[in-house]
Write a protein that binds this ligand. Structure first.
Ligand SMILES: *Cc1c(COP(=O)(O)O)cnc(C)c1O
Length: 446
């Protein structure tokens, strides 16, 4: 957003969240104006960050509720403080909805984030120093899968698998299950982790289960990204196959920021004890209320259609980028993500420069390493794009094709500020037609 955009948003009379909460912020114009500007940014630029979404107004309202005032250490019926009758009700409801949505025996909805959920799962399943087999960060894995800068990499002995080499026909850059099996046989891990943060293909949990069983390992599926696709029936479910499933509630699932863990009844005690008191103090019951709202929303028939459309939109975006002569990692997509290798489009263009110029053009995304990237994680040769947010806003395949061509135009004319500004104007028009938070419920301060 340019300074002019920001000034316009701040003086434009839109307030941050809609509803009564905005009026309450009138007494703090500094924070109110920042929130108003952020709302404007979300409404007037294209959101292609694969891990982001636009929550419903109901999710926003629950997140902004008085449950933020409540201390509820412990679990429903077993709290350490008084006054937890409604915290108990809302957390039980969230757990019931999560288990129903995913067909799981047990849910823990207290993890503050996906990272916390993963730490709790490790705490429940393995001992410090144990060997864990997980995906390499630079091939699509997550920091909490053993990066040396993460507490996970400092606490456990991680061994990493990756993807198969790139193939001209696009059949490469898939999780290398032969490597997973070989490493599992050689290293005898206590735990095998499946799950990725930058990977555009379906992850079938069954071969991981077979390998884990062969070597006597436990199996954890980190569904942080595809949780909404799984809930909506667009991707295979790891529930009942993996020993523990962790996920975030704010990515494709479209709930508040947070994490959750699913497991069978016999692991419930260990998982619950790992979250509290093992890792966290008081749970965020206001966020748990919002998780309950999101689980109910994700159980509706419309959400099935949403999940399918997210995948169709990613495929349409991928097609459009291929026609602009980008190379796509793994040859395309089966989920909500497209990983773009910028080198075929322009060998001099880095992910860092691309991300920055796209920001100026109103297209928000993140740079990302591609498998065997010659550039550092800070610079990178790739971009990660995702469709969950703009699909929520109502965009379909036709809009994805438009976005693909606008994106290519910005990158081709990145040294021409007028061309970038022209794209910014087109993006603004497009976003006006697909407003995630229409003014109908954005009240003006009176
Ligand atoms: C996003 C993500 C996480 C972490 O979630 P946070 O809420 O950011 O902590 C963990 N694992 C994977 C695979 C992810 O993509």
């Amino acid at each position: 957003m340019t300074p002019t955009d920001r000034d316009a948003a701040r003086s434009g009379g839109h307030v941050a969240l809609g509803g009564s909460y905005d009026a309450a912020l009138a007494g703090d114009p500094e924070v109110a104006s920042i929130l108003a500007a952020e709302l404007d940014r979300q409404r007037t630029t294209v959101q292609l960050i694969a891990s982001e979404n636009f929550t419903s107004r109901a999710v926003l309202a629950a997140t902004a509720s008085v449950l933020t005032n409540k201390y509820s250490e412990g679990y429903p019926g077993r709290r350490y403080y008084g006054g937890n009758v409604y915290a108990d009700e809302v957390e039980s409801l969230a757990c019931d909805r999560a288990t129903a949505l995913f067909g799981a025996e047990h849910a823990n909805v207290q993890p503050h984030s996906g990272a916390s959920a993963n730490l709790a799962a490790y705490l429940a399943l393995v001992e410090p120093g144990d060997t864990i087999l997980a995906m390499r960060l630079d091939q699509g894995g997550h920091l909490t899968h053993g990066s040396p800068v993460s507490i996970t990499g400092k606490t456990y002995r991680f061994v990493a698998y990756g993807v198969t080499p790139a193939a001209p026909d696009g059949s490469g850059e898939r999780i290398d299950l032969d490597q997973v099996r070989d490493l599992a046989r050689r290293e005898r891990p206590r735990l095998i982790v499946a799950g990725t943060t930058a990977y555009s293909r379906i992850i079938d949990p069954r071969p991981f289960r077979e390998i884990a069983d062969e070597v006597g390992a436990l199996f954890m599926f980190d569904a942080a990204h595809p949780a909404g696709l799984i809930a909506g029936g667009a991707h295979p479910s790891p529930v009942g196959i993996a020993d523990v499933v962790t996920f975030t509630t704010h990515k494709t699932l479209r709930g508040p920021r947070g994490g959750a863990i699913l497991c069978s009844s016999d692991r419930a005690r260990a998982v619950d004890a790992a979250v509290f008191p093992g890792l966290q103090g008081g749970p965020l019951e206001h966020v748990i209320a919002a998780k309950a709202v999101a689980f109910a929303e994700a159980g509706r028939p419309e959400f099935k259609e949403y999940a399918a459309q997210v995948v169709r939109n990613a495929a349409a975006l991928a097609d459009s980028l291929v026609s602009e002569r980008f190379r796509l990692v793994a040859g395309g997509t089966e989920n909500h993500q497209v990983i773009v290798d910028l080198r075929a489009f322009d060998p001099d263009l880095t992910g860092k420069v691309a991300q920055e110029v796209l920001d100026r053009g109103g297209i928000t995304c993140n740079r990302n390493q591609i498998p065997d990237d010659p550039r550092s994680p800070f610079v990178t040769s790739g971009l990660r794009l995702g469709t969950p947010a703009e699909t929520t806003a109502g965009m379909l395949e036709a809009e994805m094709a438009v976005i693909g061509s606008l994106l290519a135009r910005v990158l081709r004319h990145r040294d021409d500020p007028e061309a970038v500004e022209a794209v910014r104007a087109e993006v603004r028009e497009l976003c006006a037609r697909f407003d995630p938070y229409p003014t109908a419920w954005v009240e003006s301060p009176s």
